[in-house]
Structures are given as structure tokens and as C-alpha cells.
Design a protein around this ligand. Structure first.
Ligand code: HEM
Length: 131
């Protein structure tokens, strides 16, 4: 598979990941029955596997890796933060306010990851605050 195709799949599944996480956060906060739908429990995992799979394939095709290139290290660590915050937002956090704050923080971290990807700089959008 070509580089552009891989990258398009990566970007598309990132978009799906964001949309699904955004919606699931709203459903959890509203106590919606949507969270019990079978596809809602399955599709995010399939999609996130595609996101990670294409990330690995992209790294191999450009020959850049986390813990070698700073922007990829930051991307990987920010992804771990996004996952942890997501787990809090969709279940673990004990209070509504805790879940809402974790959800908001996860969305901001996600946008940060996108900015790191686009700029290929470890600072991403934070760079604008440093000038
Ligand atoms: C929530 C997680 C992620 C999101 C939202 C995301 C988003 C993006 C976006 C938008 C691009 C295209 C950037 C551009 O061409 O302007 C991209 C490219 C890329 N991403 Fe990700 N990504 C994520 C996770 C990862 C992870 C974990 C890795 C590996 C550690 C990774 C590795 C790459 C690579 C190697 C490219 C290609 C860069 C290039 O064009 O040379 N991504 N990502």
C-alpha cells in the first residue's frame, strides 16, 4: 500500500476516533442507552486498531520512530494520555464533573496530537504560546 493511501486511512480513522469519542462522552454524560448498543462497544476498538496499525506502517515507510524523533515520542506519549483520559471520561471517573473534565481534557489532547502531526514539532500548537 502506498504512503498517501496509508496516510489518508490514518487521518480518516483519526477523524472517526475523535467523532466516536466525542459522541460516547455525550452519551455517558446523558446516561443514554446508546452506550449499550453493540456497535458502540465494538467499532471504536476496530477503528483504533486501524489508527495504530497505520501509524506503525507510516513510521516504517518514513523511517522515523518514537524515542528517536521527538515529535513521534510526544505523539506516542500524548496518545497514552488520550487513552487514560478517555478511560476516565467513559467510565472510571466517579463523578459527573470528573468525567466531564476528563472528556474535555482528552479532546484537547487529541487536538494537540493533530497539531504535533501537522507541524512535526514536539510542541505542536503549544509553540504559539511560547513566542
Ligand atoms: C490520536 C492519535 C493520532 C492522531 C489524531 C494522528 C493524526 C495524524 C495526522 C492528522 C497526520 C497527517 C499529518 C500531515 O500530513 O499533515 C498523521 C501522520 C502521521 N502519524 Fe499520526 N496520529 C495519531 C497517532 C499516531 C501515532 C501513535 C503515531 C506513531 C507513534 C503516528 C505516526 C504518524 C506518522 C509517522 C505520520 C506521517 C507523517 C508524514 O507525513 O511524514 N500517529 N497523524
Amino acid at each position: 500500500m502506498g504512503f498517501l493511501m496509508l496516510k489518508n486511512i490514518h487521518i480518516f480513522s483519526a477523524l472517526i476516533s475523535f467523532t466516536l469519542f466525542f459522541m460516547r462522552g455525550l452519551w455517558v454524560m446523558r446516561g443514554s442507552a446508546m452506550m449499550q448498543q453493540k456497535w458502540v462497544k465494538i467499532v471504536p476498538h476496530i477503528n483504533d486498531t486501524i489508527l495504530l496499525g497505520t501509524a506503525i506502517a507510516l513510521m516504517i515507510s518514513i523511517g522515523q520512530y518514537p524515542f528517536v524523533e521527538a515529535w513521534l515520542t510526544v505523539k506516542l506519549l500524548a496518545l497514552v494520555a488520550y487513552i487514560c483520559l478517555g478511560i476516565e471520561a467513559l467510565g472510571l471517573a466517579k463523578s459527573d464533573i470528573g468525567r466531564s473534565l476528563a472528556w474535555l481534557a482528552a479532546l484537547i489532547v487529541f487536538l494537540f496530537i493533530v497539531s504535533v502531526a501537522i507541524t512535526q514539532s514536539p510542541f505542536g500548537f503549544l509553540y504559539s504560546f511560547m513566542l
